[in-house]
Design a protein around this ligand. Structure first.
Ligand SMILES: *Cc1c(COP(=O)(O)O)cnc(C)c1O
Length: 384
């Protein structure tokens, strides 16, 4: 059982209002805040290098924590300053040849689709969007039909940012593996919300952020690189962390996933990320998943009973991300009006989507976390 009152007491932000934006940047637990603050204090008092030396063991420990969180090995984890940078290091590290095909889904994240278009222009990569199935998830039948020897990469997300659905990522993994394609999973919205296991999913590469459901600091993220995939990628840029300079004409890459890192970083941020991973694991990801999905379902049911509100989420399985529209109120108006009542939700808006074209209809996005209470959901419904 979850001790919700205890968890909320350890979350300073819970006293400030109703925060329903775990999909944007969740409220961190006090231990994350204190880990970072203590390290910044130490840096100010003894100097940044000296503080990093003093934190060395805990800093190395962050790789163990992140690895355990997703069922990987510590040498398969690279720290990054964001999930986007982590994803970029993997994607831009794939040595594409002209004509290589990349398969993605209609709900892919905009930064990733822009990178696909970039690779199409620069390297002649062919990007193909696998259609959705009847539930709005990536169609496994269509994916199977599209997979052949020319497919270099399958790149999708686990949980999109603008829709409550959860993609069938393990089934995608089996199909990608059978076809010999690399599989890059954007797990930004699932790590910290769902029990994520890279072994079960079968992805070669996975990117995640610190600040969303993991409740870590902003400006942190990480990349998982399966050991067997390490040699298939060439990091798009290298520094003295990623490689050793060994002679006038030579360098040697690090032997682990940290070849995708750069040397400089926020040490406080990395320690805070490690603390967030440990905090989530102490609660238990299975327990977290169950509670978040239940609260998401509760919110959708309550919204569906409001006469002028339409829930927009698709998917056979749904996450803690809940999106909706109102018959005659703009999302921005709803968000502003709720904020006056200290209920914090967001507008989910994109400039283009594969499935809806230019200027897709904006929605309100309310994303719950395990620290959300049934009472907070009632407050949102009453305010609406
Ligand atoms: C937020 C998000 C990202 C980007 O994460 P950053 O840490 O901001 O780089 C990527 N993909 C999805 C699906 C997201 O929701």
């Amino acid at each position: 059982m979850l001790d919700i009152a205890g968890i909320r007491a350890e979350t300073p932000g819970c006293r400030e209002g109703v925060h329903l934006n775990a999909a944007g940047s969740a409220l961190p637990p006090r231990v994350v805040l204190e880990t970072m603050r203590d390290h910044l204090d130490l840096e100010a008092h003894i100097g940044g290098y000296e503080a990093a030396d003093a934190a060395e063991a805990r800093l190395t420990g962050t790789y163990d924590s992140l690895a355990r969180l997703i069922g990987a090995r510590p040498d398969e984890i690279a720290y990054a300053e964001s999930a986007t940078r982590a994803w970029d290091m993997a994607f831009y590290g794939i040595p594409f040849r002209p004509g290589d095909r990349v398969l993605t889904s209609a709900g892919e994240y905009s930064s990733n689709t822009i990178a696909f278009l970039h690779a199409a222009r620069r390297q002649g990569v062919k990007v193909e969007v696998v259609p959705d199935d009847e539930y709005g998830q990536i169609s496994l039948d269509a994916l199977k039909a599209a997979l052949d020897d020319d497919v270099r990469l399958v790149a999708i997300n686990h949980v999109p940012t603008h829709d409550g659905l959860i993609n069938p990522v393990a089934e995608v993994g089996r199909l990608a593996r059978a076809a010999g394609a690399l599989y890059l999973l954007d797990a930004c919205q699932s790590v910290g919300q769902l029990a994520v296991d890279v072994g079960e999913i079968g992805c070669d590469l996975l990117s995640a952020t610190g600040r969303k459901f993991l409740r870590g600091p902003r400006g942190t993220g990480f990349l998982y690189v399966r050991r067997s995939a390490l040699g298939l990628l060439d990091p798009p840029f290298l520094d003295l962390r990623a490689a050793d300079w060994t002679g006038p004409d030579s360098y040697e890459l690090r032997g682990d996933a940290r070849r995708f890192e750069s040397w400089e970083r926020s040490v406080a941020g990395q320690l805070g990320l490690g603390a967030a991973a440990e905090y989530a694991m102490a609660i238990g990801l299975e327990v977290i998943e169950k509670r978040v999905l239940e609260l998401g379902a509760l919110l959708r049911t309550a919204l569906a009973e409001l006469p002028d509100v339409t829930v927009r989420d698709r998917g056979l399985h749904r996450s803690g991300i809940v999106t909706f529209t109102h018959r005659d109120r703009e999302p921005a108006e709803i968000v502003a009006s709720l904020a006056e009542r200290r209920i914090h939700v967001r507008v989910s808006q994109q400039t283009y989507r594969y499935d809806e074209g230019a200027r897709p209809e904006p929605r309100v996005r309310a994303s719950v976390h395990y620290y959300t209470t049934e009472d907070e959901i009632r407050r949102l419904i009453t305010a609406l």
